[in-house]
Design a protein around this ligand. Structure first.
Ligand SMILES: [Zn+2]
Length: 251
């Protein structure tokens, strides 16, 4: 084994650990505010604590975990105000990206967005109620694909980098939406309206619809984060009553 290969290995384990922890946070497997134990995560991933520690540090810089000295490492827990700030930031970035994408290649943007709508239709055709579909999150996936396509088509790396500051947090909030949220169908309908407006050349109205759409999700996301916070708080209380050790408190 070459020295070069040896040097690459720890980085690869850190990346793997980071991907795994990020996905578990985004998917809701690790609740908002829940404690993350290096040793539990290391056992679960079959690695030493070093890459886990490095992965947690990197996720801290991305705002997905919160390191509290003397207390431990916790999954981020957005306040109501932070959720609002995320949504307002998102509105600014996405509407700017939409304008750039139209100027760059409007037909390509429409094609990309239509692909995500077709995927939505296929989910519906595959069977299951809206609530069942929401339970397995395919609609959430397609919602992320629709909004991500606008950023991709903008062709502006600075806007794309700005969006990445919040995209995992948006996905984390999205995956915690109420399973019976009837806005799933409405979301598909709004996406179709936005695509039709772009196709028809009414970009001002398309941008307005996109703004309204993002604002309409704000209260749903706040409710989702409040429920998730409640889950985490009751989880910690249960663990403390059970006299769990620090490691056993971790997910
Ligand atoms: Zn949407």
């Amino acid at each position: 084994m070459s020295t070069e290969t040896k040097l690459e290995r720890p980085q690869s384990l850190t990346t793997t650990a980071k991907t795994h922890i990020r996905e578990a946070i985004v998917a809701g497997e690790f609740s908002f505010g829940s404690q993350l134990s290096e040793s539990v995560l290391a056992n679960r991933l079959g690695v030493s604590k070093t890459p886990v520690r490095e992965a947690l540090l990197q996720l801290k810089h991305e705002g997905l975990v919160d390191v509290q000295p003397q207390s431990g490492t916790f999954v981020f827990q957005p306040t109501d105000d932070q959720v609002r700030e995320i949504c307002r930031f998102r509105e600014v970035i996405e509407t700017a990206a939409l304008r750039f994408a139209v100027l760059r290649d409007s037909a390509a943007l429409v094609r990309r967005l239509e692909e995500t709508l077709t995927a939505d239709d296929e989910v519906g055709a595959a069977g299951g109620s809206a609530a069942e579909n929401a339970a397995t999150h395919p609609q959430n996936h397609h919602d992320a694909a629709f909004h991500g396509a606008i950023l991709d088509c903008s062709g502006n790396p600075y806007l794309q980098a700005s969006y990445r500051l919040i995209s995992d947090k948006i996905n984390a909030l999205r995956s915690r939406l109420d399973k019976d949220d009837t806005k799933t169908d409405l979301c598909h309908q709004t996406h179709s309206t936005i695509v039709a407006l772009i196709r028809g050349g009414d970009i001002a109205e398309a941008s307005k619809e996109l703004s309204i759409h993002i604002r309409s999700t704000e209260e749903s996301y706040i409710r989702a984060s409040q429920c998730a916070r409640g889950d985490a708080a009751s989880h910690i209380v249960r663990q403390r009553r059970a006299g769990a050790s620090t490691d056993r408190r971790a997910p």
